[in-house]
Design a protein around this ligand. Structure first.
Ligand code: C2E
Ligand code: MG
Ligand code: MG
Length: 340
């Protein structure tokens, strides 16, 4: 169809022009752009329908890695409908208390001590059973519902960690915070501070996990929030390290405490020489920046021994324990009280 071909060509031209670097006061700036296209009359013949479908195609274009364009397809429409119904289900599930937190302990490998626990959200749907966060977090990020979920997670995690301290188990609680929470929620700082205050959890027992792409998104705004939280004692770690946008200067300028080596690098060690090399480099990078280092997704004793031999101090993974409901982690902590 000629109209479609023409709009594809126009989209390519726009992308080319926008991707060219430009300079302001000698500093280089680069922009990227994503484009969604719907075509009249195939995709609709009124403005609202066409805009909605172009927006669906835009969404797909963004998730293809940006700097590209996509035409609307019926399959995209189906995906968009599924995401919409998941969003409605999520909001309904939240009202019905279907969300809870599991906690995965984090171990100091040499001593076997439990140093912390990562709070991981769980959605137990009334009829579908457990739905993975991988399925719903990205939808919640798109619709903004992540702000409600994120607040719930911080509130609940702070209360639980305080309870563990009262029971004599002083462990740090790590909470995942999405980039969208930092970008769209101007009250995030106040929300975190009031959760700390309401629970009575000393701030140095709260660790916020951010990904590399979060650090890159709005560095100035983020830095401000992080510095304020850091001045109260809150800790920060970089989650899934090595999988995202690794601008190493960020590691130096943000107030970070810990790097979490992504489980994709841990999976094939020992044995895979590339992953072995990457892990060695990450561990020595962390050491030179005076950051702690924890390996994620540790499943075997060979992995543990290899990581210890490289000087990695901490690990979490199925080898030690799966994410557990709070009651089960409390039992584990009770059994291992002497190991805290
Ligand atoms: P993540 O923060 O990197 O969390 C680690 C994931 O690895 C968890 O998956 C955990 O269950 C899984 N895992 C732990 N040990 C092992 C292991 O030995 N082997 C394997 N194969 N997997 C292991 P989960 O709970 O499904 O969470 C997936 C992702 O969803 C998390 O990755 C995080 O990015 C996101 N997420 C989970 N809870 C929250 C939350 O409360 N807020 C936000 N914003 N994101 C969350
Ligand atoms: Mg995490
Ligand atoms: Mg991770």
């Amino acid at each position: 169809m000629q109209v479609a071909e023409d709009s594809g060509e126009v989209a390519q031209k726009i992308l080319k022009v926008i991707s060219e670097s430009f300079y302001i006061d000698g500093s280089q700036f680069d922009l990227s752009c994503s484009i969604g296209i719907s075509v009249c009359p195939n995709d609709g013949d009124d403005f609202d329908t066409l805009l909605k479908k172009a927006d669906t195609a835009l969404y797909q274009s963004k998730s293809c890695g940006r700097n590209t364009y996509q035409f609307f397809t019926t399959e995209m429409n189906q995906k968009a409908m599924l995401r919409m119904s998941l969003d409605i289900e999520m909001r309904r599930g939240y009202e019905l208390n279907e969300f809870s937190l599991f906690y995965q302990p984090q171990y100091e490998m040499a001593s076997g001590k439990i140093k912390g626990a990562e709070a991981l959200i769980r959605w137990h749907h009334a009829t579908k059973g457990y739905i993975s966060p991988i399925e719903f977090i990205s939808v919640a990020e798109d619709t903004g519902f992540i702000n409600t979920l994120g607040q719930f997670v911080i509130e609940r995690a702070c209360q639980q960690a305080k309870l563990w301290i009262e029971l004599g188990y002083p462990i740090v609680i790590a909470v995942n915070v999405s980039a969208v929470q930092f970008a769209n929620n101007n009250n995030l700082l106040e929300q975190i501070l009031s959760s700390l205050e309401r629970s009575g959890l000393p701030p140095n027992y709260l660790e916020l996990e951010l990904t590399e792409s979060t650090l890159a998104l709005q560095p100035d705004k983020l830095m401000q929030i992080m510095n304020q939280l850091r001045s109260c004692g809150v800790r920060f770690s970089v989650d899934d390290f090595g999988t995202g946008y690794s601008n190493l200067s960020y590691l130096k300028s943000f107030p970070l405490d810990k790097i979490k080596i992504d489980q994709s690098f841990v999976r094939d060690i020992p044995g895979d020489s590339h992953d072995e090399g990457l892990i060695k480099s990450i561990i020595s990078l962390a050491a030179s920046l005076e950051l702690n280092c924890i390996a994620e997704g540790v499943e075997t004793s060979d992995q543990v021994n290899f990581l210890i031999s490289l000087g990695c101090e901490e690990a979490q993974g199925y080898f030690f324990a799966r994410p557990l409901p709070s009651v089960e982690l409390t039992e584990l902590l009770t059994r291992y009280k002497s190991m805290l």
